[in-house]
Structure formats: structure tokens, C-alpha cells
Write a protein that binds this ligand. Structure first.
Ligand SMILES: Cc1cc2nc3c(=O)[nH]c(=O)nc-3n(C[C@H](O)[C@H](O)[C@H](O)COP(=O)(O)O)c2cc1C
Length: 206
């Protein structure tokens, strides 16, 4: 009996450990997320929208993807022009970034807020004020239930000299915006923690 009692007690403890976890809203599971402003030509005029759902998806050639809800004005423009840009705003551009994410180009000319420039393709409007800009050629559109996944090949990445250290973007200088969807808040990055692709090496045993 004593053994049985101990066993039941053990199982109860296990259950209690699992119950220390609570279920959270799965709509906002991936966070924090970097923020960008995506540019495209819609009816030959530049339009910009805030995009946090973007990622590198292929290494060689270098492809990135942005996931846009089908309702947006920008989607038609990307398909029509075959090009888009991903512009990385710094924290001091938070107001204009949010603005690009709450109003539609159907009603507002968001391009008035920026100085637009074009790169080698001539079809992807980019934002001069952003620390760096990724110019993409549309490769494919994946039709998802509520979104369209636009896959683009990176043609060129542009930056201003003042955001670079030894030729690469320096995040202390760029000071990018990070979105926490569950908190409905913009954050900035904390400091450097360790060297990537290096620090785990101390756990590799020969
Ligand atoms: C910070 C932020 C991030 C956003 N990220 C995305 C996103 O990744 N995908 C998306 O479809 N909409 C996203 N949105 C919403 C669009 O930017 C917004 O609906 C915009 O007004 C659409 O513009 P358009 O109609 O001119 O294309 C985001 C909004 C904000 C504020």
C-alpha cells in the first residue's frame, strides 16, 4: 500500500509540473518579429505597407518571402510589377511605420511620407530614410487560405555608410524596430549576448 501511495503521489507531481504551463493565444505565437516597410508600385505609383511576417527562405539564390493578407492593396501591385522592396526602419521611424500598417493605399498616398528611390530593376520603390533596403524580383506567389506568400529574389541590398561597421549593417547603428504582437508594442533590440555559430562550440565533445 505504501508503494502504491508513493506511486500515485509521484504521478500527481508530474501532472502538477505540466500544469505549471498555461495555454496562450496561438494567433500570436511567433514573436518578437522584425518590422519592415514593403514597397511596391500599384498602378505605377509607389505604395508602402508595414510587414512583420517576412523571412529568408532560400540561401542560393537568396530568396526572401513576405506573407500578405489577401485584402491588401499592395498585393495586386506586386503581381503586376513583378517587384517589391523590403525596407528596414529604425526605431525613430516608429510613427511612420505604424501609419503604413494602419491605413491603406486605396485611400491614402503613403509615399508622401518618404523620399523614394529606385535601384537596378527600376520597379521596386525604396525608402531613402530607412537604414537599409532590399530590392527583390518576384519569383513566385504561393496561395494560402488567407494570405499570399510572395517569394522574391534579392537583387541588391542598399545601405547608408553611417549604418555600417566594416561593411555590414551594425544593429547598434540601425536600431531596428521589433514587434511584439501579443503586447501590441514596438520594442528595440537588447544588447549582444554572444558570438553566433561559435558559442555552442564549447559543448561539442571530441
Ligand atoms: C507593425 C505592423 C506589421 C504588419 N505586418 C503585416 C504582415 O506581415 N502582413 C500583412 O498582411 N499585414 C501586415 N500588417 C498590416 C498592413 O500593413 C496594413 O493592413 C496596411 O494598411 C495594408 O496596406 P495596403 O492596403 O496599402 O497594402 C502590419 C501592420 C503593422 C502595424
Amino acid at each position: 500500500m505504501a508503494g502504491w501511495g508513493r506511486m500515485v503521489g509521484f504521478e500527481r507531481d508530474m501532472r502538477r509540473d505540466l500544469m505549471d504551463k498555461v495555454r496562450i493565444n496561438s494567433e500570436t505565437i511567433l514573436y518578437p518579429m522584425p518590422c519592415s516597410i514593403v514597397g511596391t508600385l500599384v498602378e505605377k505609383k509607389p505604395n508602402y505597407l508595414a510587414v512583420a511576417w517576412f523571412s529568408m527562405v532560400n540561401f542560393k539564390p537568396l530568396w526572401i518571402a513576405i506573407a500578405l493578407n489577401k485584402v491588401h492593396y499592395s498585393n495586386g501591385g506586386i503581381k503586376e510589377s513583378g517587384a517589391f522592396s523590403v525596407n528596414i526602419p529604425s526605431a525613430d521611424m516608429v510613427v511612420v511605420t505604424d501609419y503604413c500598417g494602419i491605413v491603406s493605399g486605396r485611400k491614402y498616398d503613403k509615399s508622401k511620407e518618404f523620399e523614394t528611390f529606385y535601384g537596378e530593376s527600376g520597379d521596386a520603390p525604396m525608402i531613402k530614410e530607412c537604414p537599409y533596403n532590399i530590392e527583390c524580383r518576384l519569383i513566385n506567389v504561393v496561395d494560402l487560405p488567407s494570405n499570399e506568400l510572395f517569394i522574391g529574389e534579392v537583387l541588391t541590398v542598399y545601405s547608408d555608410e553611417r549604418y555600417l561597421t566594416e561593411g555590414v549593417p551594425d544593429m547598434k547603428k540601425v536600431n531596428p524596430l521589433v514587434l511584439s504582437m501579443p503586447e501590441r508594442s514596438y520594442l528595440t533590440l537588447g544588447g549582444r549576448v554572444a558570438a553566433a555559430w561559435e558559442t555552442g562550440g564549447r559543448l561539442v565533445r571530441k
